[in-house]
Design a binder for this molecule. Structure first.
Ligand code: ZN
Length: 251
């Protein structure tokens, strides 16, 4: 019972400056980074963590970003289809935060429950000028959709726990997934962009509060250590190259 499998879903690649990846770095050198989502099969629920880009955004990305790479198979609906799923089969959609490369596909899930921290939901509607370019209101202003707004950590299903990890944004969350064979995995979301962010406890360059972001990295590391678990970063090309990708799964 409980969690059965964790599928890593690729949602294409984009270019991003190193200064945006690592707090305190000034290099404008662009790096190609993956955009990732995860599908979890549990005995009593099917759960998606993050939704990648809106399909509407893809043509513009491919036109303006020389490092953008996006195949037809990278569309979230096609990734789900390859697992025999359609959006209506997903019970819970957990959004780490509402930036456009994580919440872009939320509109695909009118019958699922969309789960986000209430501070993130509130901030995304009225972001400060510094952070506004990462929030596209169309992605999350979805009348009639079923939102569940969390205030901190919450067990969502047996073996699946939302962990508050703010700093990158005001209401960021990560997801602890307790797998039967692999053991605990923490899907960090943008709390940890790269393995280097974890090792050096470096907040993202795109950050709302760098001190809180650093403490959230430390918190995930502590939970990983105490549970014997692993942290999966969100946008690390080296991690992604070695990750077990869907249709294969962590079990
Ligand atoms: Zn983000």
């Amino acid at each position: 019972m409980g969690v059965q499998a964790l599928y890593a879903l690729q949602n294409g690649f984009i270019g991003f400056e190193r200064s945006g990846l690592f707090y305190g770095q000034l290099s404008g050198e662009p790096v190609q980074i993956p955009v990732t989502c995860y599908l979890i099969r549990a005995s009593d629920a099917t759960i998606l963590f993050d939704t990648g880009f809106s399909p509407r955004a893809i043509p513009g990305l491919l036109r303006t970003d020389p490092l953008a790479r996006f195949g037809d198979e990278d569309l979230l609906v096609h990734r789900l289809d390859a697992l025999g799923l359609e959006p209506g089969s997903v019970d819970l959609v957990v959004l780490s935060h509402l930036h456009y490369d994580h919440a872009g596909g939320a509109a695909l899930f009118p019958t699922s429950e969309l789960i986000v921290q209430q501070d993130e939901y509130a901030y995304a509607h009225y972001p400060a000028a510094c952070c506004a370019s990462f929030y596209y209101r169309k992605n999350f202003d979805l009348p009639g959709y079923r939102w569940r707004l969390l205030d901190g950590d919450a067990e969502l299903a047996p073996g699946i726990t939302a962990l508050r990890s703010d700093g990158h944004t005001p209401g960021h969350q990560s997801l602890l997934v307790e797998l039967p064979q692999t053991g605990p995995v923490i899907l960090a979301g943008d709390c940890c962009y790269w393995q280097e962010s974890i090792d050096r406890e470096t907040p993202p360059g795109v950050v709302w509060d760098p001190t809180r972001a650093m403490h959230s990295i430390k918190r995930l590391k502590t939970i990983a250590r105490l549970t014997g678990g692993r942290i999966f970063p969100s946008h690390d090309p080296a991690f992604w190259a070695t990750a077990v990708k869907s249709p294969d799964a962590y079990r």
